[in-house]
Design a protein around this ligand. Structure first.
Ligand code: TXA
Ligand code: MG
Length: 336
């Protein structure tokens, strides 16, 4: 149902109001340290159903349940494996999602009917305050239309979900900028389902070897591993070099081009060219990647040329997300 969407700076009063919206079965977008989430009462199947409606998300894709702290796991999960306790002690609150055996309180719609539930405790102070104010677990996928880029600012949420949700708590830009690491701890060894801000090496230092799952050629265990995900609206060309030649070619064809580089690159200034230069360290790049892509979408360029960052393991999560942005294809058609 279309509805007015309020955008409020995340003051104490606004958070109290947001908690009331959640308790009444409504939808609230809120900042986390990774990306903005679209929250509803995780124990209310109808409220969670509205998340799927608002996003145009397939019912086969389960959502993450957010809690304030480890002690709120009780009832949501059937069991907390020792390894999960060690990880939670080390990395919660923070950008680590653990896939655990599902408890009876969790409705089917949250888990897509599966035997596991994904849970994380976000570190962002607004997310923490909201969780405590409503005193409920929050089901919250990223606050974007399905198949589109995750939002890292309130304005990105509004652009995608205006009239589809009740309230957006504006807590400024997200510091992390990429979605959480998803680790399945119901398998032995645990399985990395989605690389993210917490590095594989840091997890392995706590729990030993972790299996890595590739999506290609598999039925994805985590639907977030599907390709064609997290994409900007504008078709995108990836280049192994700095992209200067490709940019020149496209400008020559009369296109308006967005050029996204890793570190500053000297080059022409042209009225048809919009430039974005990201930091050339993995955390700095991750923090600003989606924001830069949202800006290029909003600038109305015809094509984005993205100069690929280095290949080493520190860039795993960035490359994972870039690899889902199908080259040269306009993604609007998938955003249903
Ligand atoms: O950083 C994040 O994780 C953000 C913020 C809002 O917390 N949330 C987020 O949610 O990225 P979403 O729905 O966009 O991605 C959740 C990922 C999806 O790939 C989903 O398939 C996977 O987690 N997932 C959720 N429940 C699962 C489960 N029970 N088993 C395996 N994968 C699961
Ligand atoms: Mg998402």
């Amino acid at each position: 149902m279309p509805r007015p969407t309020a955008v409020l700076p995340a003051s104490r009063d606004a958070i109290v109001r947001a908690a009331a919206v959640i308790r009444a079965g409504g939808l609230v977008a809120f900042p986390t340290e990774t990306v903005y989430g679209l929250g509803a009462n995780a124990l209310d199947a109808a409220a969670v159903g509205q998340i799927f409606q608002a996003k145009g998300r397939l019912a086969t894709n389960p959502v993450i349940v957010h809690i304030a702290q480890r002690s709120a796991l009780d009832g949501l999960v059937a069991d907390v494996p020792k390894i999960a306790d060690r990880l939670a002690a080390q990395f919660w609150p923070g950008p680590l999602t653990l896939v655990l055996p599902r408890g009876t309180a969790v409705p089917d719609i949250v888990t897509a009917g599966g035997p596991t539930v994904a849970v994380r405790a976000p570190a962002h102070p607004v997310a923490q305050e909201l969780l405590r104010a409503c005193d409920l677990p929050l089901a919250a996928p990223s606050a974007n239309r399905s198949m589109c880029l995750s939002p890292t600012r309130a304005e990105h949420v509004l652009r995608g979900l205006d009239t589809r949700i009740d309230l957006i708590l504006d807590g400024g830009p997200c510091s992390g900028g990429l979605e959480s690491t998803v680790l399945d701890v119901t398998t032995d060894p645990p399985t990395l389902l989605r690389p993210g801000l917490i590095r594989l090496g840091d997890l392995e230092a706590v729990v030993g070897p972790i299996a890595r799952k590739r999506s290609e050629g598999h039925v994805a265990r985590s639907p977030g591993m599907m390709s064609r995900h997290y994409s900007p609206q504008t078709p995108i060309d990836f280049t192994a070099d700095d992209g200067q030649e490709r940019v020149a070619e496209l400008l020559h064809q009369g296109l308006r081009v967005g050029w996204l580089t890793c570190g500053p690159v000297p080059g022409s200034n042209d009225s048809h060219l919009v430039r974005e230069s990201l930091p050339n360290d993995p955390a700095g790049y991750a923090a600003r990647l989606y924001d830069a892509l949202h800006r290029l979408d909003a600038a109305g360029v015809n094509r984005i040329v993205l100069a690929l960052p280095p290949e080493d393991d520190a860039w795993l999560a960035v490359h994972d997300r870039l690899s889902r942005m199908t080259p040269g294809i306009a993604h609007t058609t998938f955003a249903v």
